[in-house]
Design a protein around this ligand. Structure first.
Ligand code: PXP
Length: 251
């Protein structure tokens, strides 16, 4: 089974747009749980543009499925994570001016990523690093002691949406299959995320060792029309229903 991590940042984005207490990310998390989410993800950004400190504290207290806390590897965020001790932390690069996370992190660009990973692991958290599908980078993730990688699917999704032939589609998927095998060989858990939606997420099923997909924007968008519980259930089923697999569809 591929675990579905539901990212609730945009529930907070809508709430903050009007300065009202609703929609409430905790309430959303409970609906996502009912829809079959395996975990809840939220990204506490330096500028607090969507999720706020109190949201994360409440999510940790209330939800019964694991919390995946997405943060930049800054001293402020690492201290926050160590106080809160969520199930998992996913470290991402963060730029103030970006609309959303734009790419994977470069482990070499950190002065002491191993020290940061060790600190989080020492507090009992599972540590995942958000990276591009690059074997060198995956090796560095192993070297710094990460438990998992989350492979950035943003570019993949944009290209897949424009791919017209089966050959093009498989060419896009192949590097993910290779990187998943490689990471698994290094004993890293393999997660995927960013840009996945209802017309491309099924591809995750053909990637060996894909344990988890983290999806936000598409699910929150669809929830406007069908409700959050249903939107989560649909995505969960897409990720786990072999009949949607391109292999069995013969496409
Ligand atoms: N994974 C990571 C590391 C992210 O930064 C995001 C966006 O916050 C997601 C997954 C979810 O991306 P999307 O909202 O495009 O589904």
């Amino acid at each position: 089974m591929i675990r579905l991590g539901v990212n609730l940042d945009h529930v907070a984005t809508i709430r903050n747009a009007r300065g009202e207490p609703y929609p409430n990310p905790v309430q959303a998390a409970l609906c996502a749980e009912l829809g079959g989410a395996s975990n809840i993800t939220c990204h506490l950004r330096e500028d607090r543009r969507h999720i706020r400190d109190r949201d994360v504290e409440l999510l940790k207290e209330v939800i019964t499925i694991p919390l995946n806390f997405e943060i930049a590897a800054t001293p402020e965020m690492i201290d926050f994570a160590c106080r809160l001790r969520p199930h998992a932390v996913t470290l991402v690069p963060e730029k103030r001016e970006e609309l959303t996370t734009e790419g994977g992190l470069d482990p070499k660009s950190y002065r002491d990523l191993k020290g940061i990973v060790n600190k989080l692991k020492g507090e009992g958290m599972l540590v995942s690093l958000f990276v591009e599908p690059d074997k060198g980078v995956v090796e560095q993730c192993k070297e710094v002691g990460a438990h998992a990688i989350e492979v950035h699917t943003g570019d993949f999704c944009h290209k897949m949406d424009k791919a017209h032939t089966t050959r093009e589609q498989w060419q896009l998927v192949k590097p993910f299959i290779d990187i998943a095998r490689y990471a698994h060989g290094l004993d890293l858990q393999v997660h995927f995320g960013h840009g996945l939606h209802y017309n491309n997420a099924f591809w995750m099923q053909v990637i060996p060792f894909c344990e988890e997909a983290n999806i936000g924007h598409a699910i929150i968008s669809r929830s406007i029309f069908v409700g959050l519980e249903t939107a989560v259930k649909e995505m969960h089923d897409l990720l786990n229903d072999p009949k949607f697999s391109p292999v069995t569809r013969g496409s």
